[in-house]
Write a protein that binds this ligand. Structure first.
Ligand code: PMP
Length: 433
């Protein structure tokens, strides 16, 4: 089929509900690039939405998966252990942000892992309700749709969803001109979102602590706009959870596994989650998600109450082992911090530049999880995205705000980052002109 026929066929026969940035067909991927059928090559600053974080088809990951395919594809974890599963646990244990997170459970997708975390929290606390953040994204299953508050499209016309979900504001305090840096002071009394007081009120007015099993949040808000919290915020949440016997679940599906420059985003603030949720980058594109928690919580569940036919697939786990080893061998976090500074400098320069500053509202983020929010109301972010595509670079937008999100591979080379920064600079200038 010709390229145009393929696009036509896909548009006709693939469900519209999925939504797409482009009707092209991705033929192959290598490192920081994808190549389309027909030969067009793009610099990929999307990583398949934060998944192929070690670049497309990283040789070590490909090798590990290929070798596992020849040994065992599907062992099924409700039947017996399988070696790559246990090896992955061994690799992940020292990476955990707190030593109490010592017991694991693998699944396929982020949403499934979030649901597993909620099942665990309900079972362990014998309570039902869940508190989420405004702007959060946790998935598209019935449970996670109920917990997702980033855009109405994810829940619209799909009700009734899981009951017992309450939301509080996440401190997106640009309005208060308060820095989102990890240093400095944050004055909660002057913050327009009043996030901590709102939570305290919620626990008095809407969901009593004795009914509330868990508070779940993305430590850096993802689909809601790439918003890091202000200093001290997560500590305050931890305190409130401890006082009220509520479990703190950190959904690090998007912000975890090196994306923010530390292995897990919570490490920026030294806060201990009761349950940690991971997915996306952990197997660099193979379907795999995980939760980690402490043994006494996990062991409260009855054997057979958790599991899934494909959960913790052997090939995905083997890929995951290679990912974890590559993080160490290639010093990935060092690269995230070095390249992150370069990308951030490009965005900050555009924000200061007389020619372009009128289209930029905010620059924020950590490591290689960066956002450029545009001046509202003009659709600038989508225009910049389109300009980048014209210049052979893929970038994503996010949230209800006019925001461009930048998530290049964590191992992107200095040269490719320089190229990406130049394309972005030109795209921003052309849109601003
Ligand atoms: N949690 C977060 C923070 C996410 O970003 C996502 C995916 N964007 C999910 C959960 C859901 O993951 P999945 O699409 O694999 O179900």
């Amino acid at each position: 089929m010709s390229v145009s026929k393929l696009a036509e066929f896909g548009t006709r026969h693939v469900a519209k509900g999925i939504g797409r940035l482009s009707n092209e067909v991705i033929e192959s991927g290598s490192g920081s690039y994808v190549t389309m059928t027909g030969g067009r090559k793009y610099l990929d600053f999307t990583c398949g939405i934060g998944v192929t974080n070690l670049g497309h088809c990283h040789p070590a990951v490909t090798k590990a998966a290929q070798s596992q395919v020849g040994k065992l594809v599907h062992g099924q974890i409700n039947i017996a252990f399988q070696k790559p599963y246990l090896e992955l646990v061994e690799q992940m244990l020292p990476l955990m942000p707190h030593k109490s997170l010592d017991t694991f459970f693998f699944w396929n997708s982020g949403a499934e892992a979030v649901e597993a975390a909620i099942k665990l929290a309900r079972h362990a606390t014998k309570k039902q309700n869940v508190i989420v953040m405004q702007g959060s994204y946790h998935g598209r299953t019935f449970g996670t749709m109920a917990m997702t508050r980033s855009k109405t499209v994810y829940g619209e016309n799909f009700a009734p969803l899981m009951p017992g979900v309450f939301s509080v504001p996440f401190p997106y305090c640009k309005q208060c001109s308060i820095s989102h840096s990890t240093e400095g002071k944050f004055n909660y009394d002057n913050c327009c979102m009043d996030p901590i007081r709102q939570l305290e009120i919620l626990l008095k007015q809407e969901t009593a602590p004795s009914d509330t099993a868990a508070l779940i949040l993305e430590p850096v808000l993802g689909e809601g706009g790439y918003v890091p919290p202000p200093p001290g915020y997560l500590d305050k949440l931890r305190d409130i959870c401890d006082k009220n016997n509520i479990l703190l679940i950190c959904d690090e599906v998007q912000c975890g596994y090196g994306r923010t420059g530390k292995m897990f985003a919570v490490e920026h603030w030294g806060v201990r989650p009761d349950i940690l949720v991971m997915a996306k980058g952990i197997a660099n594109g193979f379907p795999l998600s995980a939760i980690a928690s402490r043994k006494e919580l996990m062991d409260m569940q009855k054997p057979g109450s958790m599991g899934g036919t494909y959960a913790g697939n052997a090939v995905s786990c083997a890929a995951g082992v290679a990912v974890a080893k590559t993080f160490k061998e290639e010093k990935i976090l060092d690269n995230v911090n070095a390249r992150g500074k370069e990308l951030r400098a490009t965005l900050d320069a555009a924000w200061k530049d007389e020619k372009t500053k009128h289209i930029i509202y905010d620059v924020r983020g950590l490591g290689l999880m960066l956002a450029l929010e545009c001046t509202p109301g003009k659709g600038y972010a989508s225009k910049i995205q389109a300009k980048c595509m014209e210049k052979d670079m893929l970038v994503l937008t996010t949230s209800i705000y006019d925001t461009l999100r930048l998530i290049p591979p964590l191992n992107i080379s200095k040269e490719d980052m320089a190229k990406g920064c130049q394309i972005l600079k030109e795209a921003i200038e052309e849109v601003a002109a």
